[in-house]
Design a protein around this ligand. Structure first.
Ligand code: 6R9
Length: 651
């Protein structure tokens, strides 16, 4: 299949009753843009307010005075929306299914009544430790139900949580604790993942050496493994939860009070503490979860992300629980005990919506379809992807082998900063195109700008950088403690717009194609090319499992194309294969896209969330690996040495 393919993929049969139908999308979208006050004033009623708001939208993107407020004078509590309001009708319904790392351990079904009990108790434990409204609490937990309890307990008492991915190093943890001035860190003894155990508590111990002595450490004894214990600082949460009262009155919070801080890496400098507030975020997470996944009562929703990322915040915890859904939390990895685990879990729990990342799909695709075919996937209704552009080949594999051609695929483009989906298809309303995120969600006004001049590029069949012209309720409000940096990072380069940092193309049908971060664009002989396009072509080859492409300085062309290629299991690298791939890309995209250098890469340097760290690949391609910068967030730092040793561009 060609990467340029723009054929629409018809909506599969059976979606005539989807929440949004084609005409609804157009009507609602037009209304949301024409009358945001009316549209969002109505949509915000999907959540429960303690004090109703009278103002809807008060936002200003003007550089120097950026200010974003939604439902400003309303008051609510996020935990009440995710728990209490469901108790009358669904106390005995499962809120969270916990699937442990080891498939032989029993899964746990936590009802809304039980969730309520746990969160109330957890909140009382936090109060007993002196946590007050507005205090920051860092959550450094694996994918266990206590992570959701902790988040919701913070929300209940008005504390601001900051979840730090459990795969992060002690350094990364202490930096975040210090940046937000957290009073407390919540961690677990050890974390099983893929059959191995990470000693989280000792990571937390190492981190806390670099933090104020006043910071307490709440420990969830999850595995019961032995850990160090510092009396007076360390607290056994589960034990205390049994002792405190099972009732903790929720604190009414202003719509614009912060709900959480989530650190994300920018292109430069230290991590940015993205701040989301209570009202707008919750409205947006709940609404996108309902529309994008066509959520219906009785569905079993599974998002495979980690709660340490925004995807886990919005689509494991807040969105599904605000909608009274059953959400699945998976402690393990896709390939343990074997490459069929995802499909085994879908079958076992009769999952209806499955939401994962292209990198996982490609990895499983490389293992062969027999792993999928062994399992009964007839419960699946909708498939989703997030995190990076999906190459059409992976899309088609996902569609055919996982969805059996029956399930719409929603390719959801969004960011930590956006709080929820921004550009995505809607099952039943928007026909997909493999590789395109398709059309904007309600209230989202994307613009394609000329990268150099910042001018709007009108019409279809155009390419540029992606900016958003007006605010939406789920938008981040600031960077923790640094509003100036917030304005500089997102509003300075293209005044009047929120700048996403992504490049994009709007095709002849008005569909959006994210071409990757603009810092990943390479310029070969004056031609701009998305590295994602070349990667997509490479992975379309049957012998290629994964590819990452970066630019490197080239004497004649300005930049040359350097491709790191991981071959399918059992395929041997050879010069013949290298020539074959060069010819393949030349045919798929054009001569201009032919890689100048192809390095065989047994593995690619990835963050633990599966994002390829291009910064490192660029350095190696530039033969400048003396200054690789921070590699502490890599899932497997060993792959870097291997790549350096076999680099292709040697001065
Ligand atoms: C939710 C999330 C954001 C960046 C974003 C873009 C890339 C995310 C995508 C996608 C193409 C998609 N991205 N979803 N690119 N198609 N469907 O991933 O947040 O970790 O902040 O990353 O990820 O480059 O700018 P975050």
């Amino acid at each position: 299949m060609s990467v340029e393919s723009t054929a629409k993929h018809p909506i599969p049969a059976g979606f005539e009753d989807a929440l949004a139908k084609p005409a609804d999308y157009t009507r609602l979208y037009d209304e949301s843009i024409r009358d945001p006050q009316g549209f969002w004033g109505r949509e915000a009623k999907r959540i429960d307010w303690i004090t109703p708001f009278t103002k809807v939208k008060d936002t200003d993107f003007t550089m120097g005075q950026v200010s974003i407020k939604w439902f400003e004078d309303g008051a609510l509590n996020a935990s009440v929306n995710c728990i209490d309001r469901h108790l009358a009708d669904r106390a005995d319904q499962t809120a969270i299914i916990f699937e442990p790392d080891d498939p032989k351990s029993p899964a746990r079904h936590i009802t809304y009544a039980e969730l309520s009990d746990k969160v109330n108790r957890f909140a009382n434990v936090l109060l007993s430790q002196g946590v007050m409204r507005g205090d920051r609490v860092v959550i450094y937990l694996p994918m266990i139900p206590e992570a959701a309890y902790a988040m919701l307990a913070c929300a209940r008492i008005g504390a601001v949580h900051s979840v730090v991915f459990a795969g992060f190093s002690p350094d990364a943890l202490s930096n975040r604790v210090n940046d937000c001035g957290a009073k407390l860190v919540i961690t677990a003894d050890t974390a099983p993942r893929g059959g191995r155990r990470t000693n989280l508590k000792s990571n937390a111990d190492a981190a806390l050496l670099h933090c104020s002595e006043k910071v307490r450490c709440l420990v969830v004894k999850h595995t019961g493994d032995q850990t160090t214990w510092i009396d007076g600082r360390d607290v056994d949460v589960l034990k205390l939860m049994e002792e405190v009262s099972p009732e903790c009155p929720p604190r009414p919070m202003g719509a614009e009070d912060p709900l959480f801080i989530l650190y994300t890496s920018g292109s430069t400098g230290r991590p940015k503490g993205v701040v989301h507030t209570t009202g707008g975020y919750l409205v947006y997470a709940a609404m996108t979860h309902e529309y994008v996944f066509d959520y219906k009562d009785g569905d079993i929703f599974w998002c495979t992300a980690d709660v340490g990322w925004v995807t886990g915040h919005s689509y494991i915890v807040y969105g599904p629980l605000a909608n009274g859904a059953t959400t699945l939390m998976f402690e393990g990895v896709p390939t343990y005990p074997d490459a069929g685990r995802f499909w085994d879990v879908c079958d076992k729990h009769k999952v209806t919506q499955f939401y994962t990342a292209p990198t996982a799909i490609r990895a499983l695709m490389g293992q062969g379809p027999e792993w999928v075919d062994k399992h009964d996937l007839s419960s699946l209704r909708i498939l989703g992807t997030v995190g990076e552009p999906i190459n059409p080949e992976a899309w088609v594999w996902y569609d055919q082998h996982v969805g059996k051609g029956r399930c719409p695929i929603v390719d959801t483009w969004w960011q930590t900063e956006t709080g929820g989906h921004m550009i995505t298809s809607l099952p039943g309303a928007i026909e997909a195109k493999p590789g395109s995120a398709t059309l904007p969600f309600f209230g989202v006004k994307p613009e394609v700008l000329d990268a150099a001049s910042g001018q709007i590029i009108e019409g279809n069949g155009v390419e540029g950088v992606l900016a958003i012209a007006d605010s939406w309720p789920g938008q981040m409000r600031t960077l923790w403690g640094d509003h100036d940096r917030f304005m500089e990072a997102y509003f300075q380069q293209y005044p009047g717009y929120y700048f996403t940092g992504d490049g994009c193309r709007r095709d002849q049908d008005g569909y959006y194609w994210i071409t990757g971060r603009v810092d990943d664009v390479i310029n070969v002989s004056g031609h701009r090319m998305g590295t994602a396009e070349v990667e997509s072509a490479l992975v379309a080859h049957e012998k290629v499992a994964e590819a990452a492409v970066v630019g490197y300085p080239h004497q004649i062309k300005g930049q040359g194309i350097y491709a790191y290629v991981t071959l399918m299991n059992g395929i041997q690298p050879s010069d013949d294969l290298r020539r074959e791939l060069e010819g393949w890309v030349r045919n798929e995209i054009g001569p201009i896209a032919k890689p100048d250098l192809i390095q065989w890469a047994p593995g690619l340097p990835k963050t633990r969330s599966g994002k390829i760290m291009r910064r490192i690949l660029r350095k190696i391609a530039e033969d400048d690996f003396g200054s690789l910068g921070d590699t502490s967030t890599l899932a497997d730092p060993g792959v870097v040495d291997e790549l350096i040793e076999n680099r292709m561009n040697r001065a």
